[in-house]
Design a binder for this molecule. Sequence first.
Ligand code: XMP
Length: 517
Amino acid sequence: VVLVVDFGAQYAQLIARRVREARVYSEIVPHTMPVAEMLAKKPKAIILSGGPSSVYADEAPHVGRELFDAGIPVLGICYGFQAMALALGGTVANTGLREYGRTPLSVTRSGSTLFEGTPADQPVWMSHGDACSEAPEGFTVTATTERAPVAAFENDEKHLYGVQYHPEVMHSTHGQQVLEHFLYRGAGLEPSWTTQSVVEESVEAIREQVGTKRAICGLSGGVDSAVAAALVQKAVGSQLTCVYVDHGLMRKGESEQVEKDFVAATGVQLKVVDAERQFLDALEGVSDPEQKRKIIGREFIRVFEKAASEIVAEAGAHGESVEFLVQGTLYPDVVESGGGTGTANIKSHHNVGGLPEDLQFRLIEPLRRLFKDEVRMVGQELGLPEEIVQRQPFPGPGLGIRIVGAVTKERLDLLREADAIAREELSAAGLDREIWQCPVVLLADVRSVGVQGDGRTYGHPVVLRPVSSEDAMTADWSRLPYDVLAKISTRITNEVDEVNRVVLDVTSKPPGTIEWE
Ligand code: XMP
């Protein structure tokens, strides 16, 4: 494993992803982790990320020298570079000369470990106020910029390297190459972390965890639960039963797709539970988003518990029970909630909208080390059909959190129609791969005046929320072509009763989240 030490900026996740793109497994650890604990993980290399603070700020996190004396190759980036310079006796000064954004870098040692084969002049992405003015003893300066006399250094003998800029962002055009040079040349690692190896390791780990016990997995129609289920199915076969809860909050065609495509592709045992009445009754009159999520999560678990005892009874396995619940928790969820190794964290609950405290299942989370794009690759490796693997994300609580206001069957039907039209037109325009997802939101408590035919209408607006994103942590609104927007708007207002207005959400995340609730 390569450890990426997070100094609190946004960059650690990106670095971890880039390392994995180089086919080397990486994990993020907080900078507050004691060095001894980091070393206990036996990392093959360590990368110190950028951070928001100046190394001279009062509460600036420091790096103990022992990290550099352990014989493990280290790459310091931005803040990590400066912290490394300071710890090893170099000089970092507040020069008052800031560099932000695209900056020309001059490579001064073309044959250096990090820069070999890259151009003498290359654009890099900078973001710093302080600058390293003198490299520590034993280090060679390998690149400079106008305002950073030491923009990169290396000590090949000790396998210690540093760059002031951000190689992980795409604006640093040779950044990935420099990272790979560090991993392969500096740290002597092999690009051996492949989708195939991920599948093999996961299958092995699941077999060990489950033993001869039974597991169930809730299928939501989304990519994550499908891939998690397919992995567990590969590992323990008929010990797994998938449960598809038709809670009435699904999109049009969703249930048919799960029942047909997924079962056909995996041969998994599927139990379909019709729970529409149960969910709608529980949600009656509730408009608070958090309350909705909690109710939906609670009802899910009730259904799972009931399904579990039915599965045991149907198998004639009296006295047994279903021990495990499979969840499609992803790595960003784990990192966001503190990167802990325990099974309980806030965001895994987020998968089904909030698990109750007294959960009678133990969790299996086979995707908790993976990013979304890696999950899709694993799905492909497992032979899942394109329609499932490339699907846009859909939240566990479904359309329940896309109706602003109380959830009713009538409102759900309206939203289902509007959503189906938007999806159809986006697909027809070939935009599926370009957008991350496009929630359609019904503002059920808002009415506006319109005119249709010769008459006045007093209907509801729907919001289109097309976003582009790499991992849903941040997102930007998608600039959809006007003619596609026009088509969606015309069709929705013509074909969906009660909807007389279509509006476009042009908010990025942050400050908006992707979903409205
Ligand atoms: P937000 O709205 O937090 O959403 O920007 C980020 C991504 O997560 C999805 N999402 C959920 N997925 N259960 C899920 O499985 C949930 O409770 C949930 N809430 C949001 C959302 O669709 C987006 O892709």
